[in-house]
Design a protein around this ligand. Structure first.
Ligand SMILES: Nc1ncnc2c1ncn2[C@@H]1O[C@H](COP(=O)(O)OP(=O)(O)O)[C@@H](O)[C@H]1O
Ligand SMILES: [Mg+2]
Length: 327
């Protein structure tokens, strides 16, 4: 199958007064049409910078970006002008941000903001756009959409605002949506409802989705494949089921342990100690060695390569975890 998005060796650095922040250190990823992939890792590991780089939304300076290849739907993103990107964003790829309050315009009612999507990217009239907006609000489960159309962002609850963002992202039926921590600001019940809507629209429209989160439980029912990121590098890449039943990287195992109901009851995972290292002081060798209970001298000296485990899985670790029955 042809990829919808193909990213090869993406690097992003931020030269700062205190040193160079290597936010993204050469990652490869691909998304097929209609597929949901997840990028998972703790805060600061480079997930948002990756997504902004793909959308070409990083301002430079301060960001310096490089990729060997970055193609979307047969187009070379690296060679596209800002004008061409403006047309692409919203129409062919769109983004759902964590914080709807800052993503939405505070002084424009949400209905009008939805109208703008239709007016900018289609030939609809104002009347048609308004009807389409109300329909879009209904599709994401906003009750009384004719009334809510006139509400300003601050008049809506967090969950309703996030639904509006989802409606905007799907409005023009893009081929790819990047959702960066789309439910992190919401409480658990609302989070589940919003994820359900996101998944329903994704499947009905056949939209490819990049779901970015620090919380593996969010991807449990949604993602086909998962990329686990740590300190700017992919450390494990696997189909969702394999990752959950048989994590190979100690970091993945640690992330799984923070969502106990996902893991087999026979597994007693230890929580990951300490914090993500400062991006200005990444450890020698494997970046995870300072927090890893399987660390050996090799790990402190030599960065493991990302290697194929099988046709579908990749891993960056000197001492892969065995099957779940060996431990
Ligand atoms: N404008 C910037 N200047 C300097 N460093 C930045 C900037 N934006 C992001 N970073 C750094 O890049 C790293 C990755 O950030 P980010 O992608 O936001 O992480 P995540 O989304 O995984 O929490 C972090 O160490 C962050 O501090
Ligand atoms: Mg982020």
């Amino acid at each position: 199958m042809n990829e919808l998005l193909n990213v090869q060796n993406l690097k992003v650095i931020f030269p700062t007064e205190r040193g160079i922040v290597r936010a993204v250190e050469g990652i490869d990823l691909c998304v097929h049409p209609g597929e949901c992939i997840a990028i998972v890792g703790e805060s600061g590991c480079g997930k948002s910078v990756t997504s902004l780089a793909i959308m070409k939304l990083l301002s430079s300076p301060p960001a310096l970006m490089h990729a060997d290849e970055m193609t979307f739907d047969g187009k070379n993103l690296l060679q596209m002008s800002e004008k061409q990107m403006l047309d692409l964003r919203g129409k062919d790829m769109s983004m759902i941000f964590q914080d709807a309050l800052t993503a939405l315009n505070p002084v424009m009612c949400v209905g009008r903001q939805l109208d703008e999507m239709f007016l900018r990217h289609t030939k609809m009239t104002r009347t048609e756009a308004k009807a389409a907006s109300i329909k879009a609000l209904r599709l994401v489960g906003v009750p009384a959409p004719e009334k809510r159309y006139h509400d300003y962002p601050h008049q809506l609850s967090g969950g309703m605002r996030q639904r509006v963002l989802i409606a905007m992202a799907f409005a023009i039926k893009p081929k790819l949506i990047i959702a960066d921590e789309p439910t992190t600001a919401l409480d658990v019940t609302i989070q589940a409802q919003v994820l359900d809507i996101l998944q329903k629209l994704q499947r009905e429209n056949g939209t490819a989705l990049i779901l970015i989160t620090h919380d593996l439980s969010v991807v449990a029912h949604m993602a086909d494949r998962v990329y686990v990121m740590y300190c700017g590098k992919i450390v494990e890449h696997a189909p969702l089921r394999d990752l959950f039943t048989d994590p190979k990287h100690p970091y993945t195992q640690g992330l799984l342990s923070s969502v106990p109901h996902l893991t087999a009851s026979s597994n007693r995972f230890v929580q990951i100690p300490d914090n993500v290292p400062s991006p200005l002081k990444k450890p020698s060798g494997c970046y995870f060695h300072t927090r890893c209970s399987h660390c050996t001298p090799e790990c402190t000296q030599c960065m493991p390569r990302l290697t194929d485990v099988d046709d579908h899985r990749q891993l960056r670790c000197h001492h892969p975890l065995g099957g779940e029955h060996h431990g």
